[in-house]
Design a protein around this ligand. Structure first.
Ligand SMILES: Cc1ncc(COP(=O)(O)O)c(C=O)c1O
Length: 382
């Protein structure tokens, strides 16, 4: 390689990259992604050129993918005849699940909570499906009493969220499971964020409801390694209860080494897959439990600090997500950006949202609260 040229390109990229916020600085306080585990970085590079869209060329990488799917299946208590599809993240997980639901039912309506991720709007547009939103109850969860009355001859699927994007809430999945079983309707659980949180909250003794395949009515669950799985973007998994169903979204695949291909993606790198598997092996169940415990401790600490300056979380945080109701959330977000903080606003609720990801330390919270108090005073929120 021409070293002079290489140097110039790298310098240019370094200069532009400096415009980015970094997890390392701790100033990204509103993202559901985080600094990746060090082993993920190392492994990602090793597998960069592998292509899981052509698996017989890379049987080793394919074996690693299977091992990752087995880890995630166990985490979600999936039955032995289940299968998994690697996806790029929560959006693709939801798309793939609804694709399957539509194929199975030949129907078009999706019943989902008002808090569902905006990826469902893409689904409605892409697949010509209709969203039937269910209002939330006082705990910001899907109001279960409204679900049954919306079920109709056109219902393709019901969706419950296990760890909502807005506030980290968990919909009443056990009740949804019963309703869907009684009505023979497909149930998808979007656990993109909560999938790597709820199992460990349970181990830590938090009273959280069941959300996984232990519930017989659950057909698919999506879960993201690039969120609380502590690994590299892009990596999510969609687990399907019955592997036979996956055939519905398989096509014959000529010009690659496998006879059929299942799911949306064609050519895709084994890098994020191997990285995510390596992280699961390094962390193990105990490592994740400790990670979640640390995030929850920081969440409690944030709640206490907020209360001290006269602000309250909207609801008692269920997981490591804190919503703070404000009169003018957009102004606060703007002002906080001037202090170098990136938090998200949620217009629907009129709040700002903090996500206490692993890169957020106690010191970061202390520094942030000082600036938040200043901004709230300046803008008349306090
Ligand atoms: C519950 C939930 N589902 C789906 C998604 C979409 O995930 P991605 O951005 O990885 O596609 C998100 C993103 O935050 C989410 O919180």
């Amino acid at each position: 390689m021409n070293e002079g040229k290489q140097d110039i390109i790298l310098k240019e990229l370094d200069r532009i990259r400096k415009k980015d916020f970094t997890y390392e600085s701790g100033h990204i306080l509103g993202s559901m992604c985080t600094q990746l585990h060090p082993i993920a970085k190392q492994v990602y590079m090793k597998f960069l050129e592998t292509n899981l869209g052509d698996p017989e060329l890379f049987p080793g990488t394919k074996e690693i993918e299977q091992k990752l799917i087995i880890f995630i299946s166990k985490l979600l208590n999936a039955p032995t005849n289940s299968t998994g599809i690697i996806v790029g993240g929560g959006t693709e997980g939801n798309i793939t699940s609804m694709w399957l639901a539509k194929k199975l039912s030949k129907k078009k309506e999706i019943i989902l909570p008002e808090s569902a991720h905006f990826s469902f709007q893409k689904i409605a547009s892409l697949m010509d499906m209709k969203l039937i939103p269910i209002p939330l109850d006082k705990n910001y969860c899907m109001d279960i009493d409204c679900v049954e009355e919306k079920i109709s001859k056109d219902t393709a699927a019901v969706v419950g969220i296990a760890g909502s994007t807005e506030l980290g809430t968990i919909d009443p999945i056990p009740q949804l499971s019963n309703i869907c079983q009684d009505n023979e309707i497909f149930l998808h659980v979007d656990a993109a964020f909560g999938g790597f949180v709820i199992p460990f909250l349970k181990r830590l003794g938090y009273g959280v409801p069941d959300f996984d395949f232990k519930l017989k009515g659950v057909n698919t669950i999506s879960i993201d390694s690039h969120k609380m799985g502590y690994s590299a973007i892009p990596l999510g998994t969609l687990i399907i209860r019955d592997k036979k169903l996956a055939e519905k979204i398989s096509v014959e695949s000529s010009c690659v080494s496998s006879k059929t291909q299942t799911g949306l993606m064609g050519t895709r790198s084994g890098g994020p897959v191997a990285a995510a598997y390596a992280v699961t092996q390094y962390m193990g169940m105990d490592g994740y439990e400790k990670l979640i415990n640390d995030c929850m401790n920081r969440t409690r600490y944030t709640e206490e600090k907020l209360q001290k300056i006269g602000l309250q979380p909207i609801i008692k945080p269920i997981m490591n997500v804190v919503g703070i109701k404000l009169k003018k959330p957009d102004v606060v977000v703007q002002e906080l950006t001037k202090y170098g903080w990136k938090v998200n606003k949620i217009d629907r609720i009129g709040c700002i949202r903090l996500v206490l990801m692993p890169h957020i330390t106690q010191q970061i919270i202390d520094d942030f609260i000082i600036d938040l108090e200043k901004v709230c005073k300046q803008t008349g929120q306090l």
